[in-house]
Design a protein around this ligand. Structure first.
Ligand code: ARG
Length: 276
């Protein structure tokens, strides 16, 4: 079988440099405040990711980091943008609560109209728990985002939202367990054991041809990946993903974000997509 030809489409991303990144509290099992973070290395790794996006032809917008918000580098959590409309975030833990306003201020200052912005009623951690394909918005719950935020997103975006229950604390956000590989074709990869049996059945029904990740690749946070429809960027230690991605016609690109992994995030967590 010949692989499907894959065409990348230019994307616009919002990122925040890890200038003040540190692990001083623990709100997911990856975070161990006793483990030191190498900040210059974190910055260099993040710059690599930013430069890689730019060299692939994507636009990267930057958010100013804030000294009191060490997790701001995980920009994916700050909002969800679909059809040019912005659903703000509302964080589950007080440590990150103030990030939401910084994101909304960025949108207000960068040309978004007030009628296209929504300050949410319910807890949602942005693209940490919302993944977008052409047919659906997939929405995680169980650890961070409230199921009520799924209804809120459906009403606001006018797109069908599929709720998915996460059951393993290591995969506390949807984007740690599932990645959209080709949004136009509704193609995804995911780690089944991160989901409840019912949600697994829903995923199997919606995505019968999905790439299923192994426990090993999931544990390397390999699903915390970003695809432009052709290039798939993900943590390089998820070595088992290279071959299956290539077989499908994708171009896998391994990245080293080892320092940010200490905060429980990788490629996707650092990347919010601004969808026109
Ligand atoms: N330390 C952050 C937290 O636990 C990591 C967020 C990772 N972001 C993501 N999109 N999964 O909230």
């Amino acid at each position: 079988m010949r692989p499907t030809p894959r065409t990348p489409s230019p994307r616009r991303y919002l990122m925040c440099p890890p200038t003040h990144f540190s692990v001083t509290y623990s709100i997911n099992p990856w975070m161990d405040p006793t483990k030191p973070v190498d900040l210059p290395l974190a910055l260099a790794q993040w710059e690599d990711l930013r430069d890689r996006y730019r060299s692939l032809g994507h636009t990267v917008e930057l958010l100013d980091p804030h000294p009191a918000l060490p997790d701001m580098v995980f920009a994916a959590n700050g909002a969800t943008v679909v059809d040019g409309r912005v659903l703000g975030a509302k964080f589950a833990y007080p440590e990150r609560a103030d990030e939401a306003a910084v994101h909304l201020a960025w949108f207000r200052g960068n040309g978004w109209a007030e009628e296209d912005l929504r300050e949410p009623d319910h807890v949602n951690e942005g693209e940490g728990d919302f993944a977008v394909t052409s047919s659906w918005i997939l929405a995680g719950r169980g650890f961070r985002s409230s199921p009520l935020s799924h209804d809120e997103a459906q009403e606001f975006f006018g797109r069908p939202v599929i709720g998915l229950e996460l059951v393993d604390p290591r995969y506390y956000h949807l984007d740690t367990a599932l990645c959209v590989l080709d949004d136009a074709r509704d193609e995804v990869m995911y780690y089944p054991a991160a989901f409840s049996p019912g949600s697994r059945a829903v995923l199997a029904r919606l995505f019968p041809d999905a790439l299923l990740a192994t426990e090993e690749d999931a544990a390397a946070l390999g699903l915390n990946a970003v695809s432009d429809g052709r290039h798939v960027l993900f943590p390089q230690t998820a070595a088992g993903l290279f071959e299956p991605l290539r077989r499908r016609g994708f171009e896998p690109i391994g990245m080293d974000l080892s320092e940010l992994l200490k905060g429980g995030g990788s490629v996707k967590c650092c990347t919010q997509e601004l969808r026109p």
